[in-house]
Design a protein around this ligand. Structure first.
Ligand code: SF4
Length: 148
């Protein structure tokens, strides 16, 4: 019988957003804020717009995948005001699931791309392994909607 190895985060990880706004600023490979159909619908609703109008005004496609428009030389997300998200209630999935993204949940990326970058790591309450699993699958499922 195959025994599944315990993940390093299964006993939980301490994390609480410190409102630094750092994850709302483009930094290299994690630059784009990707937008699934659900994300566009939710954000449009928060802005009291039709989804199609929202998509036209705020989104563009790169490699067939929708994301919020980025302006050259302006790394901040267009919905960031100071350190706050102006559409917090309607923010996209990847903003809700950070920092528990499948691609950073290996020990090396976690240290390099998350711990050294996000001031919320090690602060606040412990997010249990079960909660992390749920967040990871929410993010994974949302990625299936990229490009739609
Ligand atoms: S939508 Fe809001 S939470 Fe997401 S990157 Fe932009 S400002 Fe940050």
């Amino acid at each position: 019988m195959e025994v599944k190895q315990k993940e390093w985060w299964q006993d939980g990880v301490r994390f609480q957003c410190q409102g630094s706004g750092k994850c709302c600023t483009s930094h290299g490979e994690f630059g784009f804020v990707f937008m699934t159909p659900e994300d566009r619908k939710r954000m449009a609703k928060a802005l009291k717009m039709r989804t199609s109008d929202f998509t036209k005004k705020y989104c563009q496609k790169t490699g067939g995948i929708y994301h919020l428009i980025e302006t050259v030389g302006k790394p901040d997300c267009m919905f960031l005001n100071g350190k706050s998200c102006t559409v917090y209630e309607g923010r996209p999935t990847q903003c809700r699931t950070w920092p528990f993204w499948p691609e950073v949940m290996n020990a090396k990326s976690w240290k390099k791309d998350v711990v050294e970058f996000c001031p919320g790591i090690g602060k606040g309450k412990i997010i249990s392994g079960n909660e992390i699993e749920k967040i990871l699958s929410e993010q994974k499922n949302s990625e299936k909607g990229f490009g739609k």
